[in-house]
Design a protein around this ligand. Structure first.
Ligand code: G6P
Ligand code: MN
Length: 449
């Protein structure tokens, strides 16, 4: 096993995140050797550029690792060991539509939360499930590491459509991103700490942050550190919305009940009015991404391709200089743990079968799991307090109804889901939103009756 070279398929190969993932695979070549990376996407032109960029990258920094790009599922999925799956059904254009429609109705316009997350979920469920069916046709044993959003809703659907398939794993990088900040604040290496956490995806709380060697719980210290406001210029290297998120996290920590540490996404649910007031209905996060990160990545790709190699461009690097990319490292860490049976702990989505005894059985909860060759073994969480339980049950019912609506094609359940969503919370508003979203999503949603 140690000597095996793996084949990885990046599903959503044309994504702005793919160059970062490829670079991370380069960085990990000794620990996680690959013979081939396959890029799969349904949009040829965009992915072909990323593929060309990937070949130039491997040529210079990872000799022996082949890169192919394809839009043919049989070519993409035959004989692969891993699928890293991060698709965006409808692309940024539809993210923009989701966010703008929500704001038009006076609701938060966000990728995964609230009405926008619902619209995206209705697109993602059929798209993700169809691709996993294809993967299973050609590589029944491959590990499918899925981080397509909205991950909570997608996980609820994959659980039902692929029952008992322990090699489909749903995971998110946000807790890892937050843990990186904890590690930096503590001045310890990222992989020396381990979380205890519970919730649904983008809706959870850290209950402990443990030193892997000594068992010391750093959470009380982190609560103190993260209660302090930072100078305004902190996070100025980030986009405005992420900078605001990490500043706001400090207020959430101060006000968080029960001595826990909140996931940043709780800002949308717990400070709904504040977040709504912060949003610009004419310029949402989708606009910011399209004019910022996405543009920058594709400019980089064009420049490297035009130059025919990295050397001689500002994007040339040395292997030692490769820094962590949250969107990439954790997924390689997980793949490594699954392949090499390391039993490291990851926060993943898994079915609640008594992990949280006072929470709905069968819900896809995000909790610490031991990862190894047999898949995930969740750690016990125990009973959760009334405040979190109330919030989570409401959110789970919304997510479950959204999956029902997509899988059954039910207008009624879609309406119930939106009405239940804490960021909508009104039947008239829910109906108006739903009808606008149906009109905007004709190409993507199942028909609702
Ligand atoms: C975090 C979340 C992802 C989400 C991303 C959005 O990484 O965990 O689920 O997709 O943020 O970032 P963006 O930069 O696209 O707003
Ligand atoms: Mn996420």
């Amino acid at each position: 096993m140690e000597d095996k070279k793996f084949t990885v398929c990046i599903v959503g190969g044309g994504s702005r995140y793919t160059p970062g993932i490829l670079k991370m695979l380069v960085a990990e070549q000794d620990r996680f050797p690959l013979s081939k990376v396959v890029l799969y996407d349904n949009e040829y032109d965009r992915q072909a550029k990323v593929g060309e960029y990937g070949r130039l990258l491997m040529n210079e920094y990872y000799p022996g690792c082949e890169v192919i790009d394809t839009t043919d599922p049989e070519v993409a999925f035959t004989d692969i060991d891993f699928a890293f799956m991060q698709i965006r059904a409808g692309r940024m254009k539809m993210r923009r539509s989701d966010e703008h429609i929500a704001l038009k109705h006076g609701c938060i316009g966000q990728e995964t939360c609230g009405a926008g997350g619902f619209a995206y979920g209705m697109r993602s469920i059929p798209a993700v499930c169809d691709i996993i069916k294809d993967i299973r046709k050609y590589s029944p044993e491959a590990w499918v590491l899925n981080y397509s959003n909205p991950a909570a809703i997608v996980a609820e659907a994959t659980k039902r459509v692929f029952p008992g398939d322990k090699r489909v794993i749903n995971i998110c990088d946000m807790p890892v991103g937050i843990m990186n900040q904890y590690a930096d604040a503590l001045g310890v290496p990222r992989n020396s700490i381990e979380p205890r956490y519970f919730g649904l995806n983008h809706y959870g709380w850290f209950t402990a942050v443990l030193d892997k060697e000594t068992g010391e719980d750093y959470l009380p210290r982190l609560r103190e550190i993260f209660s302090e406001d930072l100078p305004e210029e902190a996070f100025s290297e980030l986009d405005a919305s992420w900078s605001a998120t990490f500043h706001f996290m400090r207020k959430m920590v101060r006000e968080c009940s029960d001595g826990m540490l909140p996931n940043t996404y709780l800002q949308y649910y717990l400070y709904n009015q504040h977040m709504l007031a912060e949003e610009n209905p004419d310029y949402t996060r989708a606009d910011e991404v399209m004019n910022g990160h996405e543009k920058m990545i594709f400019e980089m790709i064009d420049e490297v391709i035009a130059n025919g190699k990295f050397e001689g461009t500002k994007y040339a690097f040395t292997l030692e200089s490769l820094k962590d990319d949250d969107h990439a490292t954790y997924i390689v860490d997980l793949a490594y743990a699954l392949a090499h049976n390391t039993h490291d702990v990851f926060l993943c989505m898994t079915e609640n079968d008594g992990i949280i005894p006072n929470f709905s059985e069968g819900a896809m909860v995000e909790v610490p799991c031991i990862a190894g060759t047999n898949g995930l073994e969740p750690l016990n969480v125990g009973e959760i307090p009334a405040f979190q339980k109330g919030l989570l049950e409401n959110q789970f019912a919304y997510e479950k109804l959204t999956a029902d609506a997509a899988l059954e094609g039910s207008y009624r359940k879609a309406l119930d889901a939106l009405t239940l969503n804490r960021l909508v919370n009104d039947t008239d508003k829910a109906r108006a939103l739903l009808d606008d979203y149906i009109a905007a999503n004709k190409e993507y949603w199942p028909e609702l009756k």
